[in-house]
Design a protein around this ligand. Structure first.
Ligand code: FMN
Length: 217
């Protein structure tokens, strides 16, 4: 029997562990880990360890009643198993050209699988995985929410739809915006993100100063 983890932590920035989103999410996990020392985290860095591109065999297997143990589904099965074995999902992702980066899109294409992670019928697509609290930390060079917004956000609704398709509706987005603006802008982005995080159920009972502060590089 496979081990159940408290968190699956997916990170998607090409900046890997130097990414602002990664560092914010990692600090969040450290804060939670101090409160719950037995907490277990499965980490998958989608930039450091890129997933293989989709194969023709995968595409063909999707359109037939192919058994789950078919070799064409090996990567997909592994990623879906990781989700099934996690109580919470944490995603740290940059915004690339208004939406998710290619690394995360590839994860989506391996995980959204008809007949496995969702079904499709007259009622539309229905998720087959259990819902779980999901936190998404989104970093961006500019602003897409609030009075300074100068661009659309095609990431949040898209990712919400993707996750809802597989059964995950309990989603909370936290935005680290305006990161191109230098150290002061980064500091302000982190304090705004801490404020957003403190309003989520995960931290509802935690005093704001316990939410992650700007982690040192
Ligand atoms: C290919 C590419 C596309 C980007 N597109 C956007 C964008 O549409 N909007 C935006 O605000 N920032 C955009 N950026 C800036 C990144 O969002 C920003 O550098 C990133 O959030 C840094 O996050 P990290 O420190 O977590 O890696 C883009 C960066 C790259 C490399």
């Amino acid at each position: 029997m496979n081990k159940i983890n408290d968190f699956l932590f997916l990170s998607a920035s090409p900046n890997q562990q130097a990414s602002h989103a990664y560092r914010f999410a990692d600090a969040l996990l450290k804060t939670l880990g101090e409160r719950h020392p037995a907490m277990s985290v499965n980490r998958r860095d989608l930039a450091a360890n890129p997933l293989p591109p989709l194969s023709a065999a995968y595409g063909a297997a999707l359109t037939k009643r192919t058994p789950f143990d078919d070799p064409a589904f090996r990567q997909s099965e592994q990623l879906i198993d990781e989700l099934e074995q996690s109580r919470h999902l944490l995603i740290a992702t940059p915004m690339h050209n208004f939406t998710v980066p290619a690394t995360l899109k590839l994860w989506i294409d391996h995980v959204l699988r008809i007949g496995r992670s969702f079904s499709s019928g007259p009622e539309g697509k229905v998720g087959l995985l259990a819902d779980r609290p999901t936190y998404i930390i989104v970093s961006s060079g500019g602003f897409h929410h609030g009075p300074q917004a100068r661009q659309p956000d095609c990431l949040s609704d898209y990712l919400k739809l993707v996750l809802r398709t597989i059964g995950i509706g309990n989603t909370h987005f936290v935005y680290l915006q305006g990161l191109v603006g230098g150290a002061e802008a980064v500091s302000s982005a982190f304090s705004s993100a801490r404020q957003q995080l403190s309003q989520t159920p995960l931290f509802a009972t935690v005093e704001p100063e316990s939410t992650p502060s700007v982690p040192s590089a």
